[in-house]
Design a binder for this molecule. Structure first.
Ligand code: QV4
Length: 474
């Protein structure tokens, strides 16, 4: 269940974190489809607890499997899936199989109006009762498998996935989403569940819905959230054969490199050479909705220059199943998504360049990022060739004869003739501009008969990367 079922000429999943279903449907039609994105990871779809101030993380505390949240109801969800599939954009749902909500004083009422008493482990909307959960205990020792898998992650009531009843409810929930046309799932907190139980659940799922354009016998794509920094008792290797696994080392190392903690020349052996999972098992990202909120090496939208360079490298280097983050602005861990006075999530609004303005960051609408999705589509089926570096933080490489990338993360200019491997002609740098009606609004590079072109990236240029490809020839 490693195949994301992308349309043939597409790549990259965008996580439209906390977006409403109606806005995603619109985004598929007006932006993601035309720009060649392959899919969307959506926030949890099932009913959750309501927390004061409406932090984003309330959605990681389920109450029932009714499909009503602040992103919309089942009808809106279903409409979104159909409209996105119609324009070749797949939908992947973030699913919570590990737990239900944490403690809540008294009777909680969820986003679909269902009541529950989390303290008593009573969730009549499913229904689950105390016997469907592991006994309460806290994870204090992360090297203890029993605690990691059978105690409560931050106090969230821990479901027992070895029980027939729990398995049947989880499978029913996932099958319902498959019926509605989704292409797969992000499995939250997978590490906190025994891989044997997950294997049973995944292999019991229905095939994808042929009425939504999936070929017969297509299995749902699974990507599992397993945080493995390299020395965990519960490791990524236990899950990688069941489905793809989030490769957190990728996120940490790419952050290190583009922050300047590690010279870019070392990226020549990027991928399994760095101890990452095999490419087809690795779900890769520069940041995700959790680690973008942590201090540390991971880059996020708040360091835009380095973030765009890291993203360009992510999408240009042929490794992994790529996902880009699309955030809302935050100050701290609890900042809610953009919402109105009635605590309804608001729709993104765009300026004349198509950038989001009202609290949504929309990294996926930054030219330097969506242009790299286009780059990746243009260079598909090619390998890395012609690697060059200056022994430090200036690098360049080709993708066969279809694309060329150069980076300058030194404090001095990159100015020299480099082998672009491209057929002779003039190309538009899709980072500094766009090709509009045959003319380039940014830098252009003329490539001679030998494939060489003069490349200039000033240390104070707006962006530290330059990208050429055959679909952007002037
Ligand atoms: C608090 C205390 C606990 C106490 C509990 C008792 O901190 O010590 O036991 O009360 O009631 C929120 C609060 C958290 C609170 C908890 C329960 O932030 O303080 O516990 O609710 O009320 C998201 C957020 C969490 C949030 C959680 C549930 O990040 O802050 O907790 O949602 O709303 C590990 C895991 C990995 C996990 C990662 C965060 O291995 O799987 O931690 N990542 C996924 C998601 C993540 C999500 C969860 C798991 C839980 O990506 O977004 O957590 O579904 O690395």
């Amino acid at each position: 269940q490693h195949n994301p079922h992308w349309w043939g000429n597409r790549n990259t999943i965008v996580h439209l974190f906390e977006w409403k279903w109606s806005d995603i449907a619109q985004e598929c039609e007006s932006f993601l489809g035309p720009r060649g994105f392959a899919g969307v990871q959506v926030s949890p779809v099932n009913e959750n607890i309501i927390s004061a101030g409406r932090p984003w993380w309330e959605r990681y505390q389920p109450i029932s499997y009714k499909l009503t949240t602040r992103s919309g109801n089942e009808e809106e969800f279903s409409d979104m899936v159909r409209r996105c599939n119609d324009v070749g954009v797949r939908i992947y749902v973030d699913v919570l199989l590990n737990h239900m909500s944490g403690d809540f004083d008294g009777v909680a009422v969820g986003t679909a109006g269902t009541e529950a008493e989390p303290r008593k482990k009573s969730f009549p909307g499913v229904p689950y009762t105390a016997q469907d959960f592991h006994p309460t205990c806290e994870i204090t020792d992360w090297s203890d498998r029993f605690q990691v898998q059978q105690c409560e992650l931050v106090g969230l009531k821990d479901l027992d996935q070895s029980s027939d009843w729990v398995r049947s409810k989880l499978i029913e929930f996932l099958d319902h989403l498959i019926e509605l046309g989704v292409a797969g799932f992000r499995v939250d907190a997978a590490k906190h569940m025994a891989s044997e139980d997950l294997e049973y659940i995944y292999s019991s799922l229905s095939n994808l819905n042929i009425d939504h354009g999936f070929p017969h016998n297509s299995r749902p794509f699974i990507f599992q959230e397993v945080i493995d920094h390299g020395h965990e008792t519960v490791s990524r290797d236990e899950y990688k054969d069941l489905g793809a696994v989030t490769e957190f080392r990728f996120s940490e190392e790419i952050g290190n490199a583009f922050r300047g903690n590690n010279a870019l020349k070392w990226l020549q052996s990027w991928g399994t050479g760095w101890g990452f999972l095999p490419s087809g098992q690795a779900l890769t990202f520069v940041d995700n909705h959790d680690n973008q909120r942590d201090a540390g090496a991971v880059l996020n939208y708040k360091s835009p220059r380095q973030y765009k360079m890291a993203t360009a490298f992510h999408l240009a280097y042929p490794y992994g199943i790529s996902r880009v983050m699309s955030s809302f602005a935050f100050d701290d861990h609890d900042t809610p998504p953009p919402q109105d006075a009635q605590e309804r999530i608001i729709s993104p609004e765009f300026d004349e360049d198509g950038a989001c303005v009202n609290g949504w960051i929309c990294e996926h609408r930054w030219r330097q990022i969506y242009a790299m999705v286009g780059f990746k589509n243009a260079v598909r089926d090619t390998e890395i060739t012609g690697w060059w570096d200056n022994g430090d933080n200036q690098i360049s490489f080709c993708r066969g004869n279809k694309g060329f990338l150069a980076f300058n993360n030194n404090l001095y200019d990159l100015s020299q003739d480099l082998n672009t491997c491209l057929p002779a002609g003039t190309y538009c740098d899709v980072i500094s501009g766009s090709l509009i009606d045959g003319s380039c609004t940014g830098k252009s590079v003329t490539v001679n008969e030998n494939g060489y072109g003069y490349i200039h990236i000033g240390s104070d240029d707006f962006d530290g990367v330059l990208a050429l490809h055959v679909d952007a020839k002037v």
